[in-house]
Design a protein around this ligand. Sequence first.
Ligand code: GDP
Length: 480
Amino acid sequence: ATTGSKNFQKPRDKLLGGLLDAEFDESSCLSRYQSSLYRKPSPYKPSRYLISKLRSYETLHKRCGPGTEAYKRSVKLLDQEELASSSDELCQYIVWVPLAGLGNRILSLVSVFLYALLTDRVMLVDQRNDISDLFCEPFPGTSWLLPLDFPLTNQLDRFHWHSPRSYGNMLKHHVINYSTTERFPSYFYLHLVYNYGAYDQMFFCEGDQSLIKKVPWLIVKSDNYFIPFLWLSFQTRLIKLFPQKETIFHHLARYLINPTNQVWGLVNRFYNAYLSRADERLGIQVRVFHRAKSLKLVMDQIVSCTQGEKLLPEAEAAQEESQVMMNVSKTPKLKAVLVTSLNPDYSNNLKSLYWEGLSSTGDVIGVYQPSQEMHQLRNNKLHNQKALAEMYLLSLTDNIVTSAWSTFGYVAQGLGGLKPWILYKPVNYTTPDPPCGRAMSMEPCFHSPPPFNVCGTETWKRIVPFVKPCEDRVSGVKLF
Ligand code: GDP
C-alpha cells in the first residue's frame, strides 16, 4: 500500500498480540497483517489461554478439514440415521449456514466459532453464497469451506425449526430423551433464529449440551449474537478464555473476519483518499429502520448527538464569520467524518452544514460517504463487499456513532474496539432525548435471547453478574 498514513512509521503489532498465526502467505490475504497499519494498537490483549486454544483449534482443523481421511470418515456417518456409540477419535463438526444481512451473519459466524472452540468441533461454512468473495480463509493450511458434495447440501436451505431433525422438534416430540438414550442421531439441525421456540432454546442448557456432545454433525442457522447465553453451559472455560468478557467479539472477529484482497482494496483506497491525512476520524453509521419521511428527525438527532457530545464542533451562522474566524485556534485540526448509510442525504446535509456554516472551533470538517446503495440486497457480490468494506472502514475511526438495533454497527464497533455512542431509536416520530448515549461495552447485543430461566433460575443466577439489558434494546442482553 502506498499511503500517507502517519501510522506507517509506528512499530506495529502485526500478529495482534498473538491472536493471528504467522503461518499464512501474506499476499493471499493482505488485510490479515495490514490491519495494524491502519488501526491504533488495541488496548485489549488476548489471554494466553485464548491464544493457545486458537493454535490447537488450527491443528484440529488441519487434521479434520475437508479432504482429510478424518473428514471422509465422519461424512460416512451421515449414511446412518442413528449411531450406537460415539468414538473419541472421530472428528466432530458444526456447519454454519448464513442467514439475514451481513452484520447478522458475522455475529452468528463468530458465535458459532466460539461454540466450536468450546466444544472441540470443527467449523465449516456453507460456501454457496458469497462467503469466499468476502472473507479470507481463517485457518492456515486447510479450508473452512464446506465441500459442495457434502451429503446434506441440498437440504441446507430447507432446514427450519419444524424439520424432523431439528433439535427442538425432536425434543418436543420425545424422539430423543437425553437421560436414557443409548442411540443418538448422526446429526442435529439447530435453529437459533429469532423465531425459535422453547425447545430450540434448550440448546443453551448444560444437560442438553451433554447429549448434543455425542452427535458428530451439527447444522446451525442463526441471525443472532448468542454468546451471552453460552455462559449458561460454559462459564468456567469462558472466564479462562476471556478474563475481560467484554472483549470476546473484539478478539474473535479480528481473528476470523479478514476481508479478501478485493474488499481490502475498497477499504484501502477509500482510507488513503479521504481518511488517512486527518488528525481525527469520526464514524457515523446511519441505519434507519423506520420510514424515510423522518429524514429531518434523524438529521436533527445526528447533529444534536455529535455536537452535544463534542464529537463535532457547532456550525456558526455565516454572519458571525469574521468574529469566529478571529477567535479560532491557530492550527485548526482536520476532522474526517465517515458516514455510512444506504441513503446519501445524511452525509450531504452534514457536508452542507460545515460548508455553509463555520465550525466554532475552527476545525476543518470533511464529510465522506463511500456508497449509497439505497436498498438492502441479498447475495449480491459487490453490494456485500461494499457493506463489509464500510463496516471495516468504520472500525478504523477514532470514535464511532452507531444506530440502535443495527448489527452492522455492532460489527464495526467490535472490530475497532470502540465503545460507540448509540443513536437511540425515535419513539412516535420524535427525536429521543437524549439523542444518543455511550454504550457500556463494545460487545454486540444478543437481540433475541431466550427467557432468562430457560435452564432454571439457579443457572440464570450464575450469569446475572455478566450480562445487562442492551442500551438500545431492553429485551436484548449483552456482556459488559
Ligand atoms: P442490520 O440490518 O442493520 O442489523 O445490519 P445487516 O448488515 O445485518 O443488514 C443490513 C444490510 O443492508 C447490510 O448487510 C447491507 O447489505 C445493507 N446496508 C445497510 N446499511 C448499509 C451501509 O451503510 N452501507 C452499505 N454498503 N450497505 C448497508
